[in-house]
Each structure stands twice: as C-alpha cells, then as structure tokens.
Design a protein around this ligand. Structure first.
Ligand code: GLN
Length: 264
C-alpha cells in the first residue's frame, strides 16, 4: 500500500460568510478544518465576500444560509460568478450550499416580496416564496442521502421558499421526517457531481461525519486526481460526531412529522 505524501492540503473558498451565516452555518468550516486535520490534511481558506474576485481555482466551496434581505445583498454578484462556479462544479469541485445559499445556487429565487433574485445556476432548481400567511418549513429534518456512502443526514430547516427540481436536477436526499425542498415531493436539496445544495442547517457537518468525509474525499480527488494516492482518506472513527448525529436523528424522529407526499 502506498502511503499518501505528507503535506497534502485542500483549497477552500467560503462565499459571503460575513453575510450568509444563520444557524451556525460557519460551523461547517470549523468542522471541515478539524476533520481534515484528523486525516492529516491542511486547509487553505480564501474568504470571498462582496466586491472580491474569485480565485483561479479551488477544491471546495462553502456558502451558508441567510434571509431574503441578505440574499438580496449578494444575489447579483453571486450570479455574476455563476459561469465560473458552474465550470468548477462541472470539473468536480466539491461544494456545500445551505438554505439561502442553496436557493441562490439555483436558477432564481422569487422572494417573499415578489422580487426575483438571479442565481448562480449550479443546480437546475428554482425557488418560490409562497404568499403571505403560508407556513414556513421549520423543524428537525431527517433524510436519506442519495450520494454514495453517506446514508442518513440530519439537521434543522427553516425556510419560507419552496424549491423545485428542474428536469436535469438530482435530489441530494429523500425526506423521512420534516419538509425538505417543498413539503410536497419528498426531495431534499440537490446534487450535481460533487456539489451539494441542502436546506440542512445545524451546523450540518459537525453532526454528519459521513457527508463531511465525502466532501473532503471529493476535494482531494479534485486537487490530486482520482487515482492519486494523495486523494485517498482512510476511514476513521468520529465518535463525538456520531453521537451528535444519533441525538439529532432521535429528536427528528420524535418531533417532526413523518414525511407524507402531498397529493394534489
Ligand atoms: N430566505 C430564505 C427562505 O426563507 C432562506 C432562509 C434561510 O437561509 N434560513 O426561504
């Protein structure tokens, strides 16, 4: 067995983390750094906010959630980065876009005041805020991921917007408890190659170690090539994260409605 070269690292871009950070979404970066260190992998972070250019390349992109007001601040700029972000996603860059960030990684989001915000269109999804008086999708969410090796994912959702998958979109997960994309069709989030969009806050990554390792492995493959020894991570236990996962999953099973598709 060849051992991985020392000194390997992944490059991470955080998008607008000073604007888009609700329910501790910034914790995803903290968890990523800690887990990467356990695997012996360095993390080089470039923080991109309003007015900043994107770097030439990256292995992983993170963006958190935000309310309509914050989304309005970043939408035009993020959409202008769309061609580059889509190119990265197509080339296998790992991405995690949460809630408001996920909505703006879609084609567009028509917000609660009826304004249509452009998206970066990494995912073939669109999002509509329902009219005033409609219930928000709030609560603990448990879903079964459709990406290899990840299985059950848990987190907290709180969104007014209803997201619908376009013809080329794949759901990230299937809802077991909670609402997911729209409360109707049982889909949660979207996945395109190694890019994941999801409504799961939490923070998500500290309590979903399988997804965290999946993102790190994807970032390594992007950096070093699919077959390179440097792109391999050994499976290693994550006992605290597994306990956090189990506790959140138990809460979701106890408190959230079992998902029943809406029949129209
Ligand atoms: N503003 C969006 C909605 O309510 C996103 C909210 C969020 O990121 N928590 O649908």
């Amino acid at each position: 067995m060849t051992s991985p070269a020392p000194g390997r690292a992944i490059r991470v871009v955080t998008l607008y983390d000073d604007v888009m950070n609700v329910y501790a979404d910034r914790g995803n970066l903290i968890a990523l750094k800690a887990r990467a260190a356990e695997h012996g992998i360095g993390v080089e972070v470039v923080s991109v906010s309003l007015g900043n250019p994107l770097p030439d390349d990256t292995d992983l992109v993170l963006i958190g959630g935000g309310q309509d007001r914050e989304q309005r601040r970043i939408a035009d700029e993020l959409a202008a980065h769309g061609p580059r972000l889509r190119g990265w996603a197509g080339a296998g860059t790992a991405m995690l876009a949460v809630c408001g960030g996920f909505q703006l990684f879609g084609r567009w989001y028509r917000d609660a005041s009826g304004i249509e915000l452009p998206g970066a269109a990494v995912f073939d999804v669109t999002t509509l805020a329902p009219g005033p008086g409609a219930a928000r999708c709030i609560g603990d969410l448990l879903a079964t991921a459709e990406v290899e090796g990840v299985r059950e994912v848990v987190g907290f959702e709180n969104h007014g917007g209803r997201t619908y998958l376009g013809p080329t979109a794949q759901p990230f997960a299937r809802v077991e408890y909670g609402h997911g994309n729209n409360g109707e069709d049982g889909t949660e989030g979207a996945v395109f190659r190694n890019a994941v969009g999801t409504y799961l806050h939490g923070s998500l990554l500290p309590k979903n170690p399988a997804l965290l390792d999946w993102l790190i492995a994807a970032a390594l493959r992007h950096r070093y090539g699919d077959d390179a020894p440097e792109a391999r991570i050994e499976s290693r236990p994550a006992p605290f994260a597994e306990r956090a996962h189990a506790a959140s999953a138990a809460v979701a099973r106890r408190r959230s409605p079992k998902f029943e598709p809406v029949v129209k």
